[in-house]
Write a protein that binds this ligand. Structure first.
Ligand SMILES: NC(=O)c1ccc[n+]([C@@H]2O[C@H](COP(=O)([O-])OP(=O)(O)OC[C@H]3O[C@@H](n4cnc5c(N)ncnc54)[C@H](O)[C@@H]3O)[C@@H](O)[C@H]2O)c1
Length: 451
């Protein structure tokens, strides 16, 4: 972690970063940032016994792509080394699954994959597995529309808990993308997870950023109360070629699918949201300012009512009284996104910039009108997320504070609820505007007719 006064490059450990006091108090779980070790410096998980894992989904999040730095299989290989045994890869796209497995078997990590069996569904795996293939963890990276409920075909968490009681789960974000009316379903799954003490981590990996944990530590050590969270997520739309992403009926919309990371981080710092206070506005595809010139998909194939907004901007109150705000923007071209989270507390500002690629944290403290800049060149939150999960499963740490799951299913349900509230609030205000324009036009017509 490197720090500098804006412009200068001196490196120092901030005085308020005493690791012994790191995670003493916490409204939400946190980790001492100095314990977040990059993959190439981390010690492989000790032990000699095999660690059986089932991967659900053979897509980008699990095996990597040009889209970004995610690739869970790679992190599991580094964390578990030769102990990793992927007993099954479950994906209805069997050819895709076979093709990624072939690449693994042609490489030096062959020992993890040489006995991996491909199945189309969890049911098929359950029917055919031998007792020695029982997993210690199931890693779920299938699309969210197929999970997060107790309904047949979209109940993978419930199936795993029924057939493998006590087996840990990792589940990608968002926890679901079904209709809003199914929100309660997600909370039902959450209750089952909690009641059965299942170790479960949800893929909000930005919580594991060193920068985020440093922000958390500054708040805790200085006993600060967050006054406001201000988040912005501006994607590079030219690089988004998945038609589903542009269709609200398929992805549930960009706030629920993508912006969710920043709504989640906002909650991580701001606390519980009073959902009844969420208000929002949108700039829609058919408004003048919403025209995009470099879309790579054919939007005319998407029904007008399902097309996504270009801007969604929301504010809300936290239960603490603090104010949250979030803006999602579909405006940038090229490939780089522009994402920021600012938080303010008495005497302090912390601004996290570019957390996906090169996180930079600007911190202003009492007694100094200038910001201190911190850079985190070798941080890997995807690895930290996996590493902490394995350590919690193996329960090897003597220090109970050491390994932590930072995003529980229940917490992720609340983020999901917030993102739905934002979408609905923006749709409500759009409808009000349309109704008002129509009423004004009707009034005008009546006036003209009677003139
Ligand atoms: N944390 C992050 O930064 C991050 C990054 C990328 C993706 N994700 C999340 O990961 C999830 C998957 O995204 P992706 O980019 O890998 O998608 P993808 O389309 O590349 O892959 C999904 C795979 O799941 C398979 N699949 C479909 N239905 C299935 C089912 N019922 N059971 C098992 N597999 C099924 C598909 O055939 C496909 O191979 C999404 O929730 C996404 O939001 C998170």
């Amino acid at each position: 972690m490197a720090s500098s006064r804006r412009g200068s490059a001196r490196s120092r450990r901030p005085s308020d970063m005493d690791p012994r006091r790191a995670s003493q108090s916490s409204r939400r779980p946190s980790i001492d940032p100095w314990r977040l070790i990059p993959m190439d410096k981390a010690i492989q998980s000790p032990g000699s016994n095999d660690f059986n894992v089932v991967f659900v989904g053979a897509g980008n999040i699990m095996f990597g792509s040009d889209e970004g730095p995610w690739n869970h299989s790679f992190r599991f290989e580094h964390k578990l080394g030769p102990r990793l045994k992927v007993v099954a890869l479950i994906d209805p796209a069997v050819e895709r699954a076979r093709s990624v497995l072939k690449k693994k078997c042609d490489s030096f990590v062959i020992s993890a994959y040489q006995d991996t069996r491909v199945y189309k569904s969890v049911e098929e795996f359950i029917k055919n597995m031998s007792p020695r293939e029982k997993p210690r963890a199931v890693i779920i990276g299938s699309p969210p529309m197929f999970r997060g409920t107790t309904l047949p075909g979209r109940d993978i968490e419930m199936q795993i808990m029924a057939h493998f009681p006590g087996v840990a789960m990792f589940i990608e974000k968002p926890i679901a993308t079904g209709p809003k009316s199914e929100l309660e379903e997600a909370f039902k799954v959450s209750k089952y997870i909690t009641d059965n003490n299942v170790i479960c981590s949800v893929g909000y990996m930005l919580r594991y950023l060193k920068a985020v944990q440093m922000m958390k530590q500054i708040i805790e050590e200085n006993n600060l109360t967050v006054m406001t969270t201000i988040a912005r997520y501006a994607c590079a739309y030219e690089a988004i070629a998945k038609p589903e992403w542009w269709d609200k009926s398929k992805s549930a919309g960009p706030v629920i699918e993508q912006g969710t990371h920043f709504c989640d981080l906002s909650r991580y710092f701001g606390g519980e949201v009073d959902i009844s206070t969420v208000s929002a506005h949108s700039l829609e595809w058919d408004e003048n300012a919403g025209h995009l010139s470099k879309m790579t998909i054919d939007e005319s194939k998407i029904p007008p009512e399902n097309r996504i907004p270009r801007v969604t901007s929301a504010t809300w109150k936290y239960d603490s009284g603090a104010v949250g705000s979030f803006t999602h923007v579909v405006a940038l071209q090229g490939t780089n996104y522009s994402c920021e989270l600012e938080i303010y507390a008495d005497g302090y500002s912390m601004k996290l910039v570019n957390p996906y690629v090169q996180p930079v944290l600007y911190v202003r403290k009492p007694g100094d009108d200038f910001e201190q800049t911190y850079r985190f060149p070798d941080d890997d939150p995807f690895f930290s997320e996996v590493s902490n999960l394995i350590d919690v499963i193996e329960d090897i740490e003597e220090d109970p504070e050491a390994a932590q799951i930072l995003s529980s299913f229940e917490d992720a349900c609340k983020t999901y609820e917030l993102t739905w509230a934002i979408r609905q609030a923006s749709e409500r205000s759009r409808q009000q505007k349309l109704d008002a324009s129509k009423a004004a036009a009707d009034k005008q017509k009546v006036k003209q007719a009677s003139a």
